[in-house]
Design a protein around this ligand. Structure first.
Ligand code: XMP
Length: 519
């Protein structure tokens, strides 16, 4: 746990969804430490919210309407704590309603919307011009701001875009637009204004500085016995392993289970990298076992289940052999911590696999040193730990590996195609200086064929689909408009260098309605 008690903090009351994470990230990027308290836990967290280091409260966006039956609310005392409050979108409408204003239905604004700032001297709007573009996404609107409040901004459609009221002797702000998204160019500034000018919070948070603190905490936590961590070559598990190694030295055991579904060269590179960081990882070669278990399996969820279970079995067999192992470390990140406790009724789109399926009888205590961090912060930790930049900025990779990038049965032939084609995609993006600017970039193969001519011979080759997306957090994503010459080079190289491929296509559907991985 980061000991934020001595440091200023902003609490975001989360009504769900990705926006609450974006608010926290935008604040943290600017040095303001922010945590999310799901709205369902506000009563439980009252004591924390009352503490003086909590400098302000933000109510996030969320469900469509405050008028919907069972619409989430927050208790009135939240506004009486003597701390500045900022409501965003749903939070804005909820505040308006709680303070006696009027929220109406059917006045939707979606997408880019101009806003006119009526009170340019208000600290919240410092640095804003009179007219600024913002991003809106709402069906209800605040028809009448709370009595006694000040109208600060109005949208081009004539709806209330921002107000300032007072409660508990402190300002209560509301904005209809989303300052946390990049489509509101001055949104970052507005959040900075709220934190620094309105709430007088100190910008102290710098994840890179926290290495010593994290190492100390791990040392205190793991006093006796050994801790095991499954590494995969990704930045999260590598950073976890390196932190553990710094904290408890050889009492930390890094295990790499090679399920045969890694990217080309990934296992060798990971082993070398860990060795350079002073870690001697244990390599378990389980390639054959996984491929055999997957033979004939076409259903994506069935693939995930098989991989998850087999992984747990292989890992359990390893752990059982060493009675000194008492702890299991995982690279769980902040969004997973919040999401796993705060997404009631969310649809399961894909069952993501990690080491979670270990039996209770192992009695391992779980250690999660990264549970307060976002992905971009872990990248900064990686650099602070002296890990190479290629590792720090490596794209996220799904737990079940290439199995979810192979549509239909996982065969050695298709596995080889995906590995080689993905490597080409990555290489070409690096050459074009685009690799670090995209979220993920890879190749996919299925069973469909396309008749090709190689030399003067007909060949029934596979179709490879290239997927390159940009995203903030993987929850939504847009396909990247790659320059045509980059696409051309990728396509030519894949058909030339990867046997049995006769067609390359490019995936041009965003998430939603698609997902990032094909399965
Ligand atoms: P989707 O395909 O659901 O992916 O849009 C969103 C993000 O999650 C990653 N992903 C996974 N990660 N186990 C994981 O650890 C999985 O089963 C899994 N499936 C998808 C995906 O790579 C993307 O970044």
């Amino acid at each position: 746990m980061i000991d934020a008690e001595k440091h200023d903090e902003i609490v975001i009351i989360g009504f769900g969804g990705q926006y609450m994470h974006l608010i926290a990230r935008r604040l943290r990027e600017q040095g303001f430490y922010a945590e999310i308290v799901p709205y369902t836990r506000v009563e439980e967290e009252k004591e924390k919210l009352e503490q003086p280091h909590v400098k302000a409260i933000i109510l996030s966006g969320g469900p469509p309407s405050v008028h919907a039956p069972g619409a989430p609310r927050v208790p009135k005392w939240l506004l009486e704590l003597g701390k500045p409050v900022l409501g965003i979108c749903y939070g804005f409408q909820l505040l308006a309603e709680m303070l006696g204003g009027h929220v109406d239905r059917g006045c939707d604004e979606y997408g880019k919307t101009l806003v006119e700032v009526l009170e340019p001297n208000d600290p919240l709007f410092e640095g804003w011009s009179r007219w600024e573009p913002t991003w809106m996404s709402h069906g209800d609107c605040v028809r009448e701001p709370p009595p006694g409040s000040k109208l600060l901004a109005i949208s081009e459609n004539g709806y209330v875009a921002a107000f300032r009221a007072t409660a508990g002797g402190t300002p209560v702000y509301g904005v209809q637009f989303h300052p946390e998204v990049s489509h509101t160019p001055k949104g970052r500034q507005l959040l900075h204004n709220f934190a620094a000018r309105v709430a007088s919070a100190e910008a102290w948070w710098d994840p890179g500085d926290l290495v010593e603190l994290l190492v100390d905490e791990l040392r205190r936590r793991i006093r006796r016995g050994k801790v095991v961590v499954a590494v995969s070559g990704g930045v999260d598990s590598t950073v976890t392993a390196v932190l553990l190694n710094r904290a408890v030295g050889s009492r930390a055991i890094a295990v790499l289970v090679d399920h045969g579904l890694f990217r080309e060269g990934e296992v060798e590179e990971t082993l070398q990298l860990l060795k350079r960081a002073g870690i001697e990882p244990v390599l378990i070669d389980a390639k054959r076992m996984f491929l055999e278990a997957l033979r004939g399996v076409r259903d994506p969820e069935e693939k995930r289940r098989i991989i998850g279970e087999l992984f747990a079995k292989v890992f359990t067999d390893f752990v059982k052999r060493d009675p000194e192992i008492r702890y299991l470390a995982q690279g769980t990140l902040y969004p997973d911590v919040i999401e796993s406790g705060a997404a009631p009724g969310a649809d399961k789109i894909k069952s993501h696999h990690n080491v979670g399926g270990l039996p209770d009888w192992l009695h391992l205590e779980v250690v999660e040193p990264l549970r307060e961090f976002y992905k971009d912060e872990v990248r900064r930790l990686a650099l602070a730990l002296g890990l190479p930049r290629e590792l720090a900025y490596r794209h996220p990779f799904p737990g079940p590996g290439l199995a979810v990038r192979i549509i239909g049965e996982v065969t050695e032939e298709k596995l080889e195609i995906v590995k080689r084609a993905s490597r080409i995609v990555e290489e070409e993006l690096r050459k074009a200086g685009l690799y670090e600017r995209v979220w993920q970039a890879f190749a996919v193969v299925g069973d469909d064929k396309w008749v090709g001519v190689k030399g003067d011979r007909r060949e029934d080759g596979y179709i490879v689909t290239v997927r390159v997306v940009e995203s903030e957090d993987g929850m939504t994503a847009d396909w990247v408009r790659l320059p045509h010459d980059v696409l051309d080079r990728i396509a030519r190289r894949i058909t030339r260098e990867v046997p049995k491929v006769t067609m390359v296509t490019y995936a041009v559907t965003s998430k939603p309605p698609s997902t990032i991985e094909p399965q």
